[in-house]
Write a protein that binds this ligand. Structure first.
Ligand SMILES: *[C@@H]1O[C@H](CO)[C@@H](O)[C@H](O)[C@H]1NC(C)=O
Ligand SMILES: *[C@@H]1O[C@H](CO)[C@@H](O)[C@H](O)[C@H]1NC(C)=O
Ligand SMILES: *[C@@H]1O[C@H](CO)[C@@H](O)[C@H](O)[C@H]1NC(C)=O
Length: 415
């Protein structure tokens, strides 16, 4: 890892000082591959597998989330992560291997769906796993139910589970799906929880000895006037990036804030480019091609009622944080406006490729030398239909050349 980042750093830290405000960079499609829609759910986090010299191989780690969305609908959906292989020439993304999460050592601090079984396989009723960082002999996983941070072996055996300290006050970060949240009798006060359901660790980056788990939704806190609200600045909600020391296995005080562009947007995934620049996906909850939007009031099966409008990858400078703790959003690419002059994907039209999926949940550096990143969707099989009307989405993975992301925004234009 150290070597990889040394190599990247040389190529990168050119001129972020030059960036004023948020810049818009252009991405060009270099590779397109897919895994056909199938009863293996889509991918919620990705990590490029590199060789000893830091060069990308054709393999990736990806993680599948809890299955069918909620604790109640997913008890028979096992939790796992996979090793995948891409063949850009054949446009194929194939599964090589899967590791199922299991807890025979009883590390999980609550009763599992499969509590009394020998291997205690984890299910989608226990956790919703959304982010992945394989490091050494461990795979670190961010959960969005509790939320929790989970450490497992490369074969998926749980080594540890961590609660999340509340960075905005006393106690812990808890969503209504945290196992410790129990409804009291009707005459009692409700227990304290401060995060919307399914808004836990959607993204988690790493650098050096640290993990940076990032909440998908804003914390719900009590303001100075005693009123409760979702954390916002100037009316715009923001998300907390926490910090965890993998050596000491303890949380580090202090967070970095990520300001959303539009309230209600979600982040999809989060990885570092170098020691201070990060890739963060920010998206709306819509799907489909806006060129085929329904006329308001005339909705039918030939058009998209609420097509994708906001699907971006941001370059964020975690080393440039203002007095209120907000990281600088240096630049972005529009995933609905990708150049495809070579006709890499059959889905492109008039030289433009769109990635109009509801949940775009995978982003990582692919190859710093060729200034490429990799991006993928979670197809929420069989629900999401963003590529073709009435057809369950495949899992698509694309490689994008984005020179501006590797030069701190150089060559990009003010948005
Ligand atoms: C209290 O402050 C919040 C912002 O922190 C604001 O949204 C809300 O309107 C305020 N409520 C009152 C009653 O002043
Ligand atoms: C974080 O802050 C709390 C409360 O201020 C303190 O008790 C704790 O020791 C701090 N932890 C670290 C790692 O600094
Ligand atoms: C379907 O909706 C589109 C756009 O709203 C409209 O142009 C088209 O005429 C409609 N088709 C039918 C068969 O109603």
């Amino acid at each position: 890892m150290a070597l990889l980042y040394a190599v990247l750093l040389a190529a990168v830290l050119v001129a972020s000082a030059q960036a004023q405000g948020t810049l818009k960079c252009q991405a060009t499609l270099k590779g397109w591959a897919y895994l056909p829609a199938a009863a293996v759910q889509g991918f919620s986090g990705i990590k490029t597998i590199r060789d000893a010299a830091g060069k990308p191989t054709d393999q990736f780690w990806v993680i599948t989330d809890n299955g069918l969305g909620s604790r109640r609908t997913s008890p028979d959906s096992m939790l796992f992560f996979h090793k995948m292989k891409v063949d850009w020439a054949a446009h194929k993304f194939t599964r090589l291997d899967s590791s199922f999460l299991h807890d025979p050592d009883r590390k999980v601090p609550f009763v599992l769906r499969n509590e009394e079984t020998k291997n205690r396989y984890l299910s989608g009723a226990d956790f919703d796993i959304e982010s992945i960082q394989p490091i050494g002999n461990s795979v670190w996983i961010g959960d969005e139910f509790g939320p929790y941070l989970i450490e497992v072996s490369t074969s998926g055996r749980v080594k540890g589970v961590w609660d999340v300290p509340n960075p905005a006050g006393a106690g812990l970060v808890r969503s209504p799906d945290n196992d410790a949240i129990q409804l009291p009798n009707p005459d009692q006060a409700l227990p304290a929880y401060n995060l919307q359901r399914s808004r836990g660790f959607e993204g988690m980056a790493t650098y050096g000895d640290f993990l940076y788990p990032m909440l998908e939704g804003p914390l719900y806190t009590t303001g100075a006037n005693g009123t409760k609200s979702y954390e916002a600045r100037n009316g715009l909600q923001y998300l907390r990036i926490l910090k965890f020391n993998m050596k000491t296995k303890t949380w580090v005080n202090g967070t970095i804030n990520y300001g959303l562009e539009i309230n209600g947007n979600s982040i999809g995934d989060f990885n570092m480019i170098n020691e201070r620049h990060a890739l963060i996906l920010e998206r709306d909850n819509n799907e489909g091609d806006a060129d085929m939007a329904c006329t308001p009031g005339f909705v039918n099966a030939t058009c998209w009622e609420a097509p994708a409008r906001f699907k971006r990858a941001y370059l964020v400078d975690l080393g440039d944080v203002d007095a209120a703790g907000f990281a600088k959003k240096v630049a972005y690419i529009d995933l609905l406006d990708i150049k495809d002059p070579a006709g890499v994907s059959p889905a492109s039209r008039n030289g433009v490729f769109k990635f109009p999926f509801q949940t775009i949940e995978d982003i990582d550096v692919y190859d710093a030398a060729s200034q490429t990143i990799v991006v993928g969707n979670d197809n929420n099989f069989p629900y999401s239909m963003g590529r073709a009307l009435g057809k369950a989405d495949n899992n698509e993975v694309i490689s994008l050349q984005v020179p501006g992301f590797f030069t701190g925004g150089q060559g990009c234009a003010p948005a």
